[in-house]
Design a binder for this molecule. Structure first.
Ligand SMILES: [Fe+2]
Ligand SMILES: [Fe+2]
Length: 264
């Protein structure tokens, strides 16, 4: 069983933060097309996860256009693609619009395949508030989904556990914008259950933490300029995961990429 994750694609305006063009947005669509080609031509995953922040927010009209551009490119994949919603989608696009456009009843859902249960969570931020959370109806649903003998793999845009953002370009001074407020409730829910791996994006770096024996893996943005210069190339990062009965083999591609072999 194998899948790929592509996240923080950020189709949209090219603009600096702290004087640095850190998201190479002008290359986002080209890199996304290359990714689709690689998936169809060589990796051939069972599914792809689009991990949120497919767009760089501008305004309602532009964001709708860019969101559909991303969907159109990903629709060329020869496998299912599951979409998470990131904060840059939520700035101007409504939850109603996102559900209709994705043809999803809910922005959280699960898929069972072989001996795995894949769970896709909606870590919601309601602007202008800084509050990020899993709402209570989702948590209730999530609790029920824990009752399985299958191995559980979870995906979300924001981190589901508290993270140390020291040295992170985007969130060094604002760690509260990286993880859900009700992370304790989340951890209480998964304790003693069959959760093996948890993946998130949003922080635009590669990092792994082990909390209560569960591996939490943060994966790099497709378009991050990690050169340290005002302008530089995109990391061209995405994540390839192979699962067998005993191990997960995880490879984040691109600049600063990482490999992990994790017992599952
Ligand atoms: Fe992002
Ligand atoms: Fe984000």
């Amino acid at each position: 069983m194998k899948f790929a994750i592509i996240n923080d694609i950020h189709i949209g305006n090219y603009r600096p933060y702290k004087g640095i063009y850190r998201k190479v947005t002008p290359h986002a669509q080209k890199l996304l097309r290359n990714f689709v080609q690689k998936m169809n031509g060589s990796f051939m995953p069972d599914f792809v996860v689009q991990g949120g922040d497919m767009i760089e927010d501008t305004n309602l009209v532009v964001d709708k256009i860019n969101y559909k551009r991303g969907l159109a490119i990903l629709s060329k994949l020869n496998c299912p693609v599951y979409h998470l919603v990131g904060n840059h989608e939520l700035k101007h696009l409504s939850i109603k619009y996102l559900k209709e456009t994705l043809k999803y009843k809910k922005l959280y859902f699960d898929v069972d395949s072989k001996n795995f249960r894949f769970i896709f969570l909606f870590t919601k931020r309601v602007y202008p508030s800084k509050e990020i959370r899993l709402d209570s109806s989702q948590l209730k649903w999530f609790k029920k989904k824990m009752n399985t003998d299958k191995k559980i793999v979870i995906f979300s845009h924001y981190s589901l556990v508290k993270v140390n953002t020291h040295g992170n370009f985007w969130f060094n001074e604002r760690p509260d914008l990286t993880f859900i407020k009700n992370h304790r409730q989340f951890l209480d829910t998964i304790v003693g259950k069959n959760v093996k791996l948890v993946f998130n994006g949003h922080l635009h770096w590669n990092k792994k933490a082990v909390v209560n024996g569960v591996h939490f893996i943060t994966v790099q943005s497709l378009v991050e300029n990690t050169s340290g210069k005002v302008e530089g190339p995109a990391a061209n990062a995405f994540t390839l995961v192979n699962l067998d009965d005993d191990f997960a083999y995880i490879k984040t591609t691109g600049k600063g990429g990482k490999n992990y072999k994790i017992k599952i």
